[in-house]
Design a protein around this ligand. Structure first.
Ligand code: KG4
Ligand code: ZN
Length: 411
């Protein structure tokens, strides 16, 4: 740990860098509250050709993008602040350590390390999942809302993750430093992530990538009760002796609220086969391939699908949202959470927002979602999560490396 950085003289400027998956992102956030800039170079169009993220291509794109994206973030921060901001004005550099793609993470970490070293500024390692949670907390602070009561239950739901965390702040270890956040993982998917299920089902139905926004738009045109999908009981097998199961680490005592989304994906596949939908799916895939201007926001999207397909899509979404809702509120109740935070790419889903908001209101629990721009991967969330670590002087070692399977908190 290097004892650099002068919080006393600082403007509270943290540069955040995020390259864990298919977005090269950089942002400057002031005092963990105000995003002065938030630049995201998305590789979505590139990976869409393959129907998913190709790790080698992602690393190469990050390498190409990282320098211009960081420069743009610094320049836009100056515009927002009303006076030029240079690298010298930064207080620290926060970077995603993991989880994510090894090669992709390495680009951001290597760049951040070099920058921190060259500028003699502290480097802060941030867990990507913690970043998603802090995106919401940062925006709540920006709106000058009263701080969310603790502990809070965070549902992080994206293409790579479906996790429930009980999050709180512990007392500062030393006088003059800030309280650190702690997390306990109280639920996780045992197979696919919710966003992954959206992406796979969309692909199966001949829709575009990523699938979430397509299904979200189309679901409003179907009958959500047409196909009764169910979620069975999840059995988590104890690891066999001598075998480490990375997907199922040793758990702490107490209840857990796990998820499983591979079953519903298979159920959709079976429905497609038994209802002879292959031909219409192939036709839709061809229509979309021929017209790149069609997006999930296009006006007459529903004309791409017959009623049976729209009903299937609405029923899929109804079931997935219902499952996320049940597990989240059951966990909140079991652990006495006093507020709920929802984050990650799937937090952009309109039905998820509507139903979780309604249930939170019924239970008198405050609930917060990120704005759409901060739902998906970005670097403002990394800078925001870096701020309490900066105040607590929790800096990364010089040999910081990428940790693709990095976990957040106690399992
Ligand atoms: O957080 P994110 O940008 O990247 C990961 O860390 O995975 O999340 C991307 C995921 C994709 O699976 C995408 O289909 C899903 O978020 N997504 C949505 C919506 N918008 C994005 N899922 C459901 N409804 C949406 N509106
Ligand atoms: Zn993410």
């Amino acid at each position: 740990m290097r004892e650099t950085g002068r919080p006393g003289l600082s403007q509270g400027l943290i540069l955040g860098i995020e390259t864990s998956c298919d977005e090269t992102a950089a942002a400057v956030v002031r005092s963990g509250t105000t995003a002065l800039s938030n630049v995201v170079a998305s590789q979505m169009a590139l990976h869409a050709n393959y129907g998913g993220v190709v790790p080698e291509l992602a690393s190469r794109e990050h390498l190409r993008n990282i320098v211009p994206v960081v420069r743009e973030a610094i320049s836009r921060a100056g515009t927002a602040a009303g006076h030029p901001i240079t690298f010298a004005d930064l207080d620290a550099i926060a970077v995603t350590q993991g989880p994510g793609l090894a090669g992709a993470l390495l680009v951001g970490i290597t760049y951040a390390k070099a920058l921190a070293y060259g500028l003699d500024k502290p480097l802060i390692a941030v867990n990507h999942l913690e970043g998603h949670i802090h995106a919401v907390l940062m925006e709540a602070r920006q709106r000058a809302e009263t701080p969310m009561p603790l502990p809070l239950l965070a549902l992080v739901v994206s293409g790579g993750h479906t996790h429930l965390y009980l999050a709180t702040q512990v007392e500062a270890q030393q006088q003059g430093t800030a309280a650190a956040w702690t997390y306990r993982n109280v639920g996780r998917t045992v197979d696919d992530a919710a966003g992954e299920a959206y992406d796979k089902v969309a692909k199966l139905l001949g829709l575009g990538y990523p699938g979430g926004p397509w299904i979200d738009s189309l679901a409003t045109h179907g009958n959500p009760r047409a196909v009764p999908f169910t979620f069975g009981h999840i059995h988590t097998r104890p690891p066999r002796e001598g075998v480490t199961n990375k997907k199922a680490p040793t758990r702490t005592e107490g209840p857990h609220f796990d998820f499983s989304f591979s079953g519903i994906k298979t159920a959709v596949l079976r429905y497609v086969e038994t209802h002879h939908m292959r031909e219409s799916i192939a036709a839709r895939r061809a229509t979309l391939a021929a017209d790149p201007a069609l997006t999930p926001k296009s006006g007459d999207l529903a004309s791409l699908c017959d009623t049976q397909t729209l009903d299937l899509i609405a029923s899929f979404q109804y079931a997935v949202v219902g499952n996320l809702q049940r597990q989240t509120f059951a966990a909140a109740e079991a652990f006495g959470a006093r507020a709920i935070v929802v984050s990650g790419g799937v937090a952009a889903n309109s039905e998820l927002r509507r139903r979780l908001q309604a249930e939170a209101a019924r239970r008198n629990l405050p609930i917060a979602f990120p704005s759409l721009a901060l739902s998906t991967d970005n670097a403002a969330m990394i800078a925001a999560a870096g701020w309490p670590k900066f105040l607590a002087r929790d800096f990364a070692a010089e040999d910081l490396g990428a940790t693709p399977q990095l976990r957040l908190g106690q399992p």
